[in-house]
Design a binder for this molecule. Sequence first.
Ligand code: TXA
Ligand code: MG
Length: 343
Amino acid sequence: MNTQIIKIYDVLRDRKKIELAAAVIKDGGIVALPTETVYGIAANALDENAVMKIFKAKGRPADNPLIVHVASLEQAYGLVSDFPDDAKLLAQKFWPGPLTIILPKSEIIPKAVSAGLPTVAVRIPSHPITSAVIRESGLPLAAPSANISGRPSPTSAQHCIEDLNGKVDLIIDGGDCEVGLESTVISLATTPPRLLRPGIITLEQLRDTIGSVACDPAVTSETSPTWKVHSPGMKYRHYAPNAKITLVHGDFASFARFVEPKRGSVALVFDGEEKKLHITCITYGSEKNPAEQAKRLFASLRQLDEIGAQNVYARAPGKSGASLAVYNRLIRACAFQEIYLQR
Ligand code: TXA
Ligand code: MG
């Protein structure tokens, strides 16, 4: 397939390019485009054939459902059989933005989108390009992250090109993603509501808005075959570069003592720490700034591949607030290999 690559600086000035993207979508094609979280591969969510092309391009298992992106509450109402008060409260506070809400689906959702589940994941993204393509096409867009399944999610057009050149009809370069990690996913199809994937909108913020919210065990641990898995995506190895990564808990001094003798290894560390270590380092943001870690993590994981890292030791982030999202991606990138150092 020939992939067209275009750059959009401004949705008003580049109107013709938005029209082009909308035409590709209406024609049943697939388009990689930027959202505020990560880049997505978008197709008409109501066209099962178009949606199947996404699964093929990503090499995504068919049992992993897709998020449907819309531009207005009215459009969201059409996708679900019920939009409860909690959904209204969350929508009012966090939409448009990086929150995905799982609700009972309406009849119009094709089986491929929901992977046969009775629910559908919905979000109103805030990125002007995605929003403009949804409005111009008049269609809801099914869009998973625009990576080959198992690879770190793309936060720049270059990442999409690496993974998807020749596999999608169009790639829209709209610059780097603001958030850098995928949306927070909450299910309102369970009682109490349940956090399935942490993101920059935190568990604490969700609880402040709607009260009790359970945290799915898959957020912080490996799923076991005997569990009822609420979010199919959580059971797959994810976000993983080729290197073997170990997540190391403890302070910097202990980390330095532990990692220094491991010649040939690479350290994934917080900004500034690279100056104090004598082994190769990749940084992923300052220790005190989880939003910055979120924004840079996936690019840093891809960098590990670029430098040919084999054995990586990563400084662990915290586990509360926005750090929970960073931790959730890192434990998957390291296939749950964690160690805790004594002081
Ligand atoms: O920020 C994002 O959410 C990005 C951008 C493109 O919007 N999209 C994204 O999609 O991360 P994806 O497909 O990579 O992740 C969607 C996650 C998966 O873990 C999937 O299993 C889960 O949401 N999911 C989707 N529909 C679901 C449903 N009906 N029930 C439970 N989990 C669902
Ligand atoms: Mg993904």
